[in-house]
Write a protein of this length. Structure first.
Length: 614
């Protein structure tokens, strides 16, 4: 009968791998003191406890006594709280009964390891998993004097692979790769870097990188988290990560409902996140219609050379990334045979620097130039990175010359790109279609708000909705943030009435436009005075004719249009204010509409804490 895979005992890791397959070579890699040995011992304990098979654990670092101490620590969470001393005695005895065979080998060769396993099997011990900690020490000891490291490595891996295939026992190698990452902020190794150190990629069936356990703040909990990055998985899905809780006092990893159910299956959650960024979920209004329709046309009409390259621009929070990811999804759905790559400018930069440092430039170039659609987010992040800009420009030229498609987003106005990018690159990026996303108008804000209300299946008073929409004038992100706060408040404090006063208190910590200045008739008159370079006396006591004193009619019109208590506000203009309003509505539309719009924009900015001239 065929052997069954060996389960690690970690729910999501086993879900990704389906367990360690019979006869497979598996690698857990990372830098020094990243928790690799503890993870391997946790797996050994789980296999020995949950299956009817033994584990052979070979340690090239710690002594047998230290390994046993680590095993005790990593399992002590299960001790009885009521009678801990007696539990420790029972538990230690029980632990020693687990079929884990530890060899702190002094002869560090694959021959020694295979001989040891053969002797165990001769005693009718059924080995389910072989774990070799510090596999590099085995590599250094194999072969003969004068052999290169590469030759020694090949000999060691070939020997273990032959053993695994012959016996059907999966082998787990613990790889220490310390020197590559100590001088950089991101110490998580990449598959290419592992390959540069030793060709595990060619021989291993699965590869997992261990990111050093760290404490993440989430809500009101502190999560000690270790991230396991699956870099290779028997040809199946990889480049996903799994998060396990980490108890650094007990040297124990374990699945957690708080982490595993909500945050660990990054592939699945990534797919869910992508579902949020679709064309169907993008709210279209006057402020973004051209950008939206152009994005759709890039997908639907790839032969249109005018939209290549396509540059999306806006200030932060208006929906550029949503459109870009919606394009990514639509392109992948429509053209399964095409290579579509979405990446941030920061990730492009990191890839380039990593390729240079690891001498993998050719692979980097192929990664970005052998695609049909390249979608780059936040290109302005390349500011002051001359070498990266040069590489990106060469990538752009290669793509365009071969008829491939480029889509780029930026937070800068197109006219400002040559101030932060190489002018040649900037010119190239604006050589196709440029589309901007403006701040959402009131109708678009209402659509977005209604979409959120419908999706959350909640009820919010119209006055509250109007309050939020009228004050979320900056960007879509600020509007969504406000709605998220309101929705969560309704969900958890349903007993309290949600009215405008309550919303004001909830949103005031956001500041800015949610804590606006009070607009008065005096403030409007002051702004009109500044715009027309006149005086308050001229507005209130000067000529009454429309053509002789347009500032009077502008002030009356704006007070009538922008103030809630318009009748009281108009008293400052005297008893004839009503006739001024009638004349200003007609006359201003005909002659001074542009003036009114500009003054009104200045006043709105002032309300929200922004002075136009600053």
């Amino acid at each position: 009968m065929d052997k069954e895979p060996i389960m690690t005992g970690f729910k999501y890791l086993d879900h990704a791998f389906g367990g360690y397959k019979p006869g497979s070579i598996n690698v857990i890699a990372g830098r020094r003191q990243s928790g690799k040995t503890s993870l391997a011992l946790n797996i050994a304990r789980n296999v020995a406890r949950n299956s009817d098979k033994a584990v052979a654990f070979y340690s090239g670092k710690e002594k047998k006594r230290e390994i046993i101490d680590m095993l005790i620590k990593s399992s002590s969470r299960r001790l009885s709280r009521t009678n801990k001393l007696e539990s420790i005695d029972w538990f230690t005895l029980h632990l020693f009964q687990l079929p884990i065979y530890i060899d702190d080998y002094s002869v560090n060769t694959t021959e020694h390891i295979v001989d040891g396993i053969t002797k165990l099997e001769a005693k009718d011990v059924e080995i389910g998993l072989v774990i070799i900690d510090d596999f590099e020490s085995v590599v250094r000891s194999d072969g003969v004097a004068g052999d290169s490291l590469e030759k020694r490595f090949n000999l060691s891996v070939f020997s273990m692979r032959a053993f695994a295939k012959e016996t059907g026992i999966p082998v787990l190698l613990i790889a220490d790769i310390p020197y590559l990452f100590e001088e950089r902020e991101n110490k998580v190794p990449t598959l290419k870097e592992l390959k540069n150190y030793a060709p595990y990629e060619e021989y291993a069936d699965t590869i997992v990188f261990v990111d050093y356990p760290k404490y993440n703040l989430k809500d009101h909990w502190d999560f000690p988290v270790s991230k396991l990055i699956i870099a290779k998985n028997n040809g199946k899905e990889c480049d996903i990560s799994i998060e396990l809780e980490w108890d650094d006092k007990r040297l124990e990893y374990y699945d957690s409902v708080l982490i595993s159910d909500s945050r660990s299956e990054s592939a699945r959650s990534g797919n869910k996140q992508r579902e949020l960024y679709t064309f169907e979920n993008f709210v279209v209004g006057k402020c973004n219609r051209f950008a939206y329709k152009t994005a759709v046309s890039v997908v639907e009409d790839p032969e249109n050379a005018k939209t290549n390259p396509f540059l999306l621009w806006s200030y932060s929070g208006q929906g550029k990334t949503h459109l870009l990811k919606a394009m990514e999804k639509a392109l992948k759905d429509k053209y399964a045979e095409k290579k579509v790559k979405y990446v941030t400018a920061e990730a492009f930069t990191n890839d380039f620097l990593s390729a240079i440092s690891s001498h993998q430039y050719s692979a980097f170039r192929d990664k970005y130039r052998m695609v049909d659609y390249l979608l780059i987010d936040d290109i302005d992040m390349l500011k002051d990175k001359d070498a990266v800009q040069t590489e990106f420009y060469n990538t752009v030229v290669a793509l365009m010359d071969s008829g491939k498609h480029l889509v780029v987003t930026t937070n800068k106005m197109p006219s400002e790109l040559d101030e932060i990018l190489n002018p040649t690159l900037a010119v190239r990026l604006i050589s196709g279609v440029v589309a901007g996303l403006e701040s959402p108008d009131i109708e678009t804000r209402r659509k977005i708000t209604q979409n959120i209300i419908d999706s959350e299946d909640i009820k919010i008073d119209k006055n509250v909705v109007d309050y939020i929409c009228k004050r979320s004038v900056q960007n879509v992100s600020r509007l969504k943030c406000a709605m998220n706060i309101i929705c969560e408040y309704i969900r958890y404090d349903a007993e309290d009435e949600i009215n405008v006063e309550r919303v004001q208190k909830l949103l005031s910590p956001l500041g800015g436009r949610f804590k606006e200045r009070e607009l008065t008739a005096d403030r409007i008159i002051e702004e009109v005075v500044r715009y027309y370079d006149t005086s308050r006396e001229v507005i209130l006591n000067g000529p009454k004719g429309f053509s002789d004193n347009p500032s009077l009619y502008a002030a009356v019109y704006l007070c009538h249009d922008m103030l809630d208590e318009s009748e009281d506000a108009l008293k400052v203009f005297g008893k004839d204010a009503g006739s001024y309003v009638t004349k200003s509505i007609k006359g201003l539309k005909r002659q001074f509409a542009g003036d009114i719009h500009e003054i009104k924009d200045r006043l709105k900015l002032w309300q929200h804490g922004i002075d136009k001239d600053e």
